[in-house]
Design a protein around this ligand. Sequence first.
Ligand code: PXG
Length: 463
Amino acid sequence: MKGQNYNIDELRRLDVAHHLPPHQDHQMMQRIGGSRIITHADGVYVYDGDGKAIIDGMAGLWCVQVGYGRKELADAAYEQMLELPYYNSFFKTTTPPTVLLATKLSELLGGHFSHVLFANSGSEAVDTLIRTARYYWQLKGKPERSIIISRVNSYHGSTIAGASLGGMKAMHEQGGPWLPGIEHVMQPYQFEEGFGEDPEHFAKRAADAIEQRILEVGPEKVAAVIGEPVQGAGGVIIPPDGYWPRVEAICRKYGALLISDEVICGFGRLGKWFGFQHYGIKPDLVSMAKGLSSGYLPISAVGMADHIVEALRSVDKDYVHGFTYSGHPTCAAVALRNLAIIERENLVQRTAEDTGVYLAKLMKKLSAHPLVGEARSLGLIGAVEIVSKKGTNQRFKDGDGSAALTIRDICIENGLMVRAVRNSLVMSPPLVISHAELDRMFEILWKSLDQAEAELRSPVHAG
Ligand code: PXG
């Protein structure tokens, strides 16, 4: 299979002719003649149609925790498909992997999360969160509690509900009207919104923005506050210490549910099984996807705290929610095997105590580069802020994002896949990455920044 001879030129032509890739500028794709075709992958490397090896600094799309080429996961899918490829969990029926995965997740979530409900994508899990939070309050006799507070630049998916809940301006400009009852407040993004401010003060200010909004809309109308422990797609925004415990206290004060969207932060990314465990908070609902199966098959889940399940069980009628493939046995079998690999290879602890620490060291070194305003990381997720003037948060071209895109393209040409988000580069390598591979990533980053600098500082680009 690997390195199979595809007709890459023809595939690129067909890509333009018939395929609309997600989250993409379709005019640009036509202009550049189609996508880069990724033909195969192994470990932390992906390979394109020209045979070019690229270190996958993004773990696919923040998801391939255990790296590529895991025969065990292919075997798990194969064995389950022969045994029982699919059956539903609707007809008072379910399947062994479904139940075993629910049990395993409830163990990993710890303590008060006794149950999970399955879906297929992060977006579906987020829809489930919104619906469950609102239904919970209906069951508690407080249907007026329907508002959900979210943050600017948060990402919660691309369905109508997910995009409504997310704080992505570019998404909100396309395809509304949006779901009512969502409020967006400031993000805990110190580099942009509190540059030079005492971090403790900034943490308090950002958390208090939530309290203010609760008071503005009326605490009796607020169902929940949702956040990613670290905002991923929004630019790897790592909140200052003190932010999450304060947000939790605010939720408790006004009786709002606290929801942690763990789609990126879950499964070891921050050095704990879940991001909320890193911050020492206790949410009422959590969403999971991506690293749950390391992206080998689509599966997502919502973890529910005991009091939510008690409310669902307080009535003798259906909770009329779920999907054809909720708890899909093949996806569940692969997820179970993936979690077993993460445990066996100690990837969560390794991220906390070894590779995450090493990444932080490399980030510190990189922050000396003249184009770098800040290089931050937590566990194996990080961001590099690109600035036009060292020591400030001033951007190239009024912060239109083109500088980061230029550097990103150079990185890819040099054999490193990273993403550009507004004025930063972001990364989340597979949790199996070695020190030597991290070294290689940062050699490429530094070299690419050097190459980009001349171009960015030329009068044409600096504009
Ligand atoms: N919540 C979070 C925190 C996410 O990161 C979703 C929900 C939705 O998951 P699905 O499986 O429906 O895509 C995500 C997904 C990007 C990018 O630009 C990030 C995601 C998806 C697409 C693009 O970094 N995250």
